[in-house]
Design a protein around this ligand. Structure first.
Ligand SMILES: [Zn+2]
Length: 43
């Protein structure tokens, strides 16, 4: 199996309130989005 895990700054990312701690929100310039459910949180 290919290990693609690189240590990025995932630690500081918030978790999705809908999906729980397993889904972290992606950081954008002025918002955060969940890749699973599409939840968007404006900063
Ligand atoms: Zn989600």
């Amino acid at each position: 199996m290919a290990e693609k895990k690189k240590k990025l700054k995932y630690e500081k990312r918030k978790s999705c309130p809908k999906c729980g701690s397993g889904a972290r929100l992606a950081e954008h310039a002025n918002r955060r989005t969940c890749g699973k459910c599409g939840y968007t949180e404006m900063k």
